[in-house]
Design a binder for this molecule. Structure first.
Ligand SMILES: CC(C)(COP(=O)(O)OP(=O)(O)OC[C@H]1O[C@@H](n2cnc3c(N)ncnc32)[C@H](O)[C@@H]1OP(=O)(O)O)[C@@H](O)C(=O)NCCC(=O)NCCS
Length: 214
Protein backbone atom coordinates (compact mmCIF):
# COMPACT_ATOMS: atom_id res chain seq x y z
CA UNK A 1 0.00 0.00 0.00
CA UNK A 2 1.33 3.42 -0.99
CA UNK A 3 0.31 6.85 0.25
CA UNK A 4 0.99 9.49 -2.37
CA UNK A 5 -0.13 12.92 -3.50
CA UNK A 6 -3.37 13.13 -5.43
CA UNK A 7 -2.96 13.45 -9.20
CA UNK A 8 -5.65 14.37 -11.79
CA UNK A 9 -5.66 10.72 -12.97
CA UNK A 10 -7.19 9.81 -9.57
CA UNK A 11 -10.22 12.05 -10.11
CA UNK A 12 -12.63 9.26 -11.12
CA UNK A 13 -11.58 6.94 -8.29
CA UNK A 14 -11.83 9.70 -5.70
CA UNK A 15 -15.32 10.65 -6.91
CA UNK A 16 -16.43 7.01 -6.77
CA UNK A 17 -15.13 6.57 -3.20
CA UNK A 18 -16.78 9.83 -2.11
CA UNK A 19 -20.13 8.58 -3.36
CA UNK A 20 -20.07 5.06 -1.93
CA UNK A 21 -18.91 6.26 1.49
CA UNK A 22 -21.11 9.36 1.85
CA UNK A 23 -24.21 9.65 4.02
CA UNK A 24 -23.38 6.57 6.09
CA UNK A 25 -22.60 4.69 2.87
CA UNK A 26 -26.23 5.10 1.82
CA UNK A 27 -26.16 8.09 -0.53
CA UNK A 28 -28.32 6.16 -2.99
CA UNK A 29 -31.09 5.83 -0.40
CA UNK A 30 -31.11 9.59 0.14
CA UNK A 31 -30.57 11.04 -3.30
CA UNK A 32 -30.99 10.25 -6.95
CA UNK A 33 -28.22 12.60 -8.05
CA UNK A 34 -24.88 10.84 -8.08
CA UNK A 35 -22.96 13.47 -10.02
CA UNK A 36 -24.21 16.28 -7.77
CA UNK A 37 -23.18 14.37 -4.62
CA UNK A 38 -19.71 13.65 -6.06
CA UNK A 39 -19.32 17.27 -7.15
CA UNK A 40 -20.35 18.63 -3.76
CA UNK A 41 -17.87 16.38 -1.96
CA UNK A 42 -14.84 16.52 -4.22
CA UNK A 43 -14.89 19.11 -6.99
CA UNK A 44 -13.32 21.90 -4.92
CA UNK A 45 -10.26 19.73 -4.40
CA UNK A 46 -10.10 18.02 -7.78
CA UNK A 47 -10.94 20.99 -10.01
CA UNK A 48 -10.10 24.11 -8.00
CA UNK A 49 -7.31 23.74 -5.42
CA UNK A 50 -5.62 20.40 -4.87
CA UNK A 51 -3.93 21.79 -1.73
CA UNK A 52 -3.31 18.86 0.59
CA UNK A 53 -4.84 15.87 -1.13
CA UNK A 54 -3.46 12.37 -0.80
CA UNK A 55 -4.57 8.95 -1.95
CA UNK A 56 -3.88 5.42 -0.77
CA UNK A 57 -3.12 2.99 -3.56
CA UNK A 58 -3.22 -0.77 -3.14
CA UNK A 59 -2.19 -3.04 -6.02
CA UNK A 60 -2.59 -0.17 -8.47
CA UNK A 61 -6.08 0.73 -7.23
CA UNK A 62 -6.98 3.86 -5.26
CA UNK A 63 -8.74 2.61 -2.11
CA UNK A 64 -8.91 5.75 -0.02
CA UNK A 65 -8.31 9.47 0.01
CA UNK A 66 -7.80 12.48 2.18
CA UNK A 67 -8.96 15.73 0.59
CA UNK A 68 -7.73 18.72 2.53
CA UNK A 69 -7.30 22.45 2.48
CA UNK A 70 -5.14 24.74 4.61
CA UNK A 71 -7.64 27.57 4.15
CA UNK A 72 -11.13 26.46 5.08
CA UNK A 73 -12.50 30.02 4.81
CA UNK A 74 -11.49 30.21 1.17
CA UNK A 75 -12.96 26.76 0.55
CA UNK A 76 -16.30 27.76 2.05
CA UNK A 77 -16.35 30.95 -0.01
CA UNK A 78 -15.74 29.09 -3.29
CA UNK A 79 -18.30 26.44 -2.30
CA UNK A 80 -20.97 29.03 -1.41
CA UNK A 81 -20.43 31.41 -4.32
CA UNK A 82 -19.42 29.10 -7.09
CA UNK A 83 -19.72 25.34 -6.65
CA UNK A 84 -23.02 24.87 -4.79
CA UNK A 85 -24.98 27.41 -6.91
CA UNK A 86 -23.67 25.68 -10.06
CA UNK A 87 -24.68 22.23 -8.77
CA UNK A 88 -28.12 23.53 -7.81
CA UNK A 89 -28.60 25.29 -11.16
CA UNK A 90 -27.62 22.13 -13.09
CA UNK A 91 -30.03 20.04 -11.00
CA UNK A 92 -32.87 22.45 -11.75
CA UNK A 93 -32.06 22.80 -15.46
CA UNK A 94 -31.79 19.01 -15.88
CA UNK A 95 -34.93 18.44 -13.80
CA UNK A 96 -32.96 16.24 -11.35
CA UNK A 97 -34.01 18.30 -8.36
CA UNK A 98 -37.66 17.33 -8.92
CA UNK A 99 -37.06 13.61 -8.46
CA UNK A 100 -38.96 12.37 -5.41
CA UNK A 101 -35.90 11.26 -3.41
CA UNK A 102 -34.16 14.57 -3.98
CA UNK A 103 -37.16 16.64 -2.93
CA UNK A 104 -37.51 14.52 0.19
CA UNK A 105 -33.84 14.99 1.04
CA UNK A 106 -34.10 18.73 0.48
CA UNK A 107 -37.20 18.90 2.64
CA UNK A 108 -35.55 17.02 5.51
CA UNK A 109 -32.40 19.11 5.13
CA UNK A 110 -34.52 22.28 5.39
CA UNK A 111 -36.23 20.91 8.52
CA UNK A 112 -32.80 20.23 10.03
CA UNK A 113 -31.77 23.75 9.10
CA UNK A 114 -34.86 25.19 10.84
CA UNK A 115 -34.07 23.14 13.96
CA UNK A 116 -30.65 24.85 13.98
CA UNK A 117 -28.70 21.69 13.17
CA UNK A 118 -26.34 23.46 10.80
CA UNK A 119 -25.53 26.51 12.87
CA UNK A 120 -21.85 26.96 12.13
CA UNK A 121 -19.46 26.91 15.01
CA UNK A 122 -16.28 28.57 13.76
CA UNK A 123 -12.88 27.11 14.47
CA UNK A 124 -10.98 28.37 11.47
CA UNK A 125 -8.93 30.99 13.31
CA UNK A 126 -7.06 28.49 15.48
CA UNK A 127 -7.55 25.55 13.11
CA UNK A 128 -7.53 26.96 9.54
CA UNK A 129 -6.97 23.62 7.82
CA UNK A 130 -9.68 20.99 7.33
CA UNK A 131 -10.07 17.73 5.46
CA UNK A 132 -12.26 14.77 4.79
CA UNK A 133 -11.18 11.20 4.72
CA UNK A 134 -12.77 8.09 3.27
CA UNK A 135 -11.60 4.54 2.78
CA UNK A 136 -13.32 1.85 0.69
CA UNK A 137 -15.15 -0.67 2.86
CA UNK A 138 -12.88 -3.67 2.17
CA UNK A 139 -9.74 -1.67 2.97
CA UNK A 140 -10.72 -0.33 6.39
CA UNK A 141 -9.06 -1.23 9.67
CA UNK A 142 -5.65 -1.70 8.01
CA UNK A 143 -4.05 1.57 9.06
CA UNK A 144 -4.73 3.41 5.80
CA UNK A 145 -6.79 6.19 7.42
CA UNK A 146 -4.10 6.70 10.04
CA UNK A 147 -1.37 6.85 7.39
CA UNK A 148 -3.30 9.40 5.31
CA UNK A 149 -3.94 11.64 8.33
CA UNK A 150 -0.29 11.45 9.42
CA UNK A 151 0.87 12.34 5.92
CA UNK A 152 -1.47 15.33 5.90
CA UNK A 153 -0.34 16.47 9.36
CA UNK A 154 3.30 16.35 8.23
CA UNK A 155 2.41 18.36 5.13
CA UNK A 156 0.52 21.01 7.13
CA UNK A 157 3.34 21.29 9.69
CA UNK A 158 5.87 21.78 6.89
CA UNK A 159 3.77 24.73 5.70
CA UNK A 160 3.55 26.21 9.22
CA UNK A 161 -0.22 25.81 9.46
CA UNK A 162 -1.20 26.29 13.14
CA UNK A 163 -4.07 23.80 13.36
CA UNK A 164 -6.48 21.50 11.57
CA UNK A 165 -10.07 20.51 12.24
CA UNK A 166 -12.52 17.96 10.90
CA UNK A 167 -16.26 17.36 11.15
CA UNK A 168 -17.53 13.79 11.27
CA UNK A 169 -20.74 11.85 11.83
CA UNK A 170 -18.84 8.66 12.58
CA UNK A 171 -18.12 7.45 16.14
CA UNK A 172 -15.35 5.26 14.74
CA UNK A 173 -13.73 8.17 12.92
CA UNK A 174 -14.04 10.30 16.07
CA UNK A 175 -12.22 7.61 18.09
CA UNK A 176 -9.53 7.35 15.42
CA UNK A 177 -8.94 11.13 15.46
CA UNK A 178 -8.74 11.16 19.26
CA UNK A 179 -6.10 8.45 19.03
CA UNK A 180 -4.22 10.71 16.62
CA UNK A 181 -4.20 13.56 19.13
CA UNK A 182 -7.29 15.48 18.08
CA UNK A 183 -9.60 16.92 20.74
CA UNK A 184 -13.39 17.16 20.52
CA UNK A 185 -14.21 20.87 20.04
CA UNK A 186 -17.94 20.50 19.51
CA UNK A 187 -20.53 17.74 19.53
CA UNK A 188 -24.22 17.59 18.70
CA UNK A 189 -26.79 15.37 17.05
CA UNK A 190 -28.41 15.72 13.65
CA UNK A 191 -31.89 14.51 12.77
CA UNK A 192 -32.05 15.31 9.06
CA UNK A 193 -31.08 11.76 8.01
CA UNK A 194 -33.47 10.04 10.43
CA UNK A 195 -36.26 9.60 7.87
CA UNK A 196 -34.07 6.93 6.19
CA UNK A 197 -31.70 5.77 8.94
CA UNK A 198 -34.29 5.68 11.71
CA UNK A 199 -31.96 7.35 14.23
CA UNK A 200 -30.27 10.68 14.88
CA UNK A 201 -26.64 10.85 13.85
CA UNK A 202 -23.90 12.23 16.07
CA UNK A 203 -21.86 15.11 14.74
CA UNK A 204 -18.42 15.98 16.07
CA UNK A 205 -15.89 18.64 15.23
CA UNK A 206 -12.40 17.70 16.33
CA UNK A 207 -9.28 19.83 16.17
CA UNK A 208 -5.55 19.45 16.53
CA UNK A 209 -3.00 22.21 17.04
CA UNK A 210 0.12 21.67 15.00
CA UNK A 211 2.53 24.19 16.42
CA UNK A 212 3.39 22.87 19.90
CA UNK A 213 2.39 19.21 19.91
CA UNK A 214 5.53 17.54 18.62
C1 LIG B 1 -13.14 6.14 9.53
C2 LIG B 1 -12.14 5.69 8.47
C3 LIG B 1 -11.70 6.88 7.64
C4 LIG B 1 -10.92 5.11 9.20
O1 LIG B 1 -10.00 4.63 8.25
P1 LIG B 1 -9.27 3.21 8.45
O2 LIG B 1 -8.28 3.02 7.37
O3 LIG B 1 -10.31 2.19 8.61
O4 LIG B 1 -8.52 3.54 9.81
P2 LIG B 1 -7.34 2.75 10.52
O5 LIG B 1 -7.24 1.37 9.99
O6 LIG B 1 -6.13 3.60 10.43
O7 LIG B 1 -7.79 2.75 12.04
C5 LIG B 1 -9.15 2.58 12.31
C6 LIG B 1 -9.45 2.18 13.67
O8 LIG B 1 -10.76 1.66 13.54
C7 LIG B 1 -10.79 0.29 13.86
N1 LIG B 1 -11.31 -0.66 12.85
C8 LIG B 1 -11.24 -1.95 12.93
N2 LIG B 1 -11.87 -2.57 11.95
C9 LIG B 1 -12.36 -1.65 11.22
C10 LIG B 1 -13.13 -1.69 10.06
N3 LIG B 1 -13.55 -2.80 9.46
N4 LIG B 1 -13.46 -0.56 9.53
C11 LIG B 1 -13.06 0.56 10.10
N5 LIG B 1 -12.32 0.66 11.20
C12 LIG B 1 -11.98 -0.44 11.77
C13 LIG B 1 -9.44 -0.16 14.08
O9 LIG B 1 -9.58 -0.89 15.28
C14 LIG B 1 -8.58 1.08 14.20
O10 LIG B 1 -8.32 1.28 15.52
P3 LIG B 1 -6.94 0.66 16.12
O11 LIG B 1 -5.84 1.54 15.60
O12 LIG B 1 -7.13 0.77 17.59
O13 LIG B 1 -6.83 -0.72 15.63
C15 LIG B 1 -12.73 4.60 7.55
O14 LIG B 1 -13.13 3.53 8.34
C16 LIG B 1 -13.89 5.07 6.69
O15 LIG B 1 -13.69 5.57 5.60
N6 LIG B 1 -15.13 4.89 7.19
C17 LIG B 1 -16.35 5.25 6.47
C18 LIG B 1 -16.48 6.69 6.15
C19 LIG B 1 -16.16 7.58 7.32
O16 LIG B 1 -16.68 7.42 8.40
N7 LIG B 1 -15.31 8.57 7.07
C20 LIG B 1 -14.88 9.49 8.07
C21 LIG B 1 -15.35 10.83 7.69
S1 LIG B 1 -14.49 12.02 8.63
Amino acid sequence: MTIREYSPADRGAVREISYVTSLEGRAHDFMDAREAVEDALTVYFTDHVSGSCFVAEDNGKVVGYLLGTDDVKMMEKVMALNILPRIFRDMVVQGIIFRKKNLLFLWNYCLGFCRGEFIRVRFDHEFPAAFHLNIMEGSRGKGIGTALVERNLAFLRSKGVPGVHIGTMSEQAKDLFIKLGFKVLYSSRHGYLKYVLGYDTPYYILGKKLKDDH
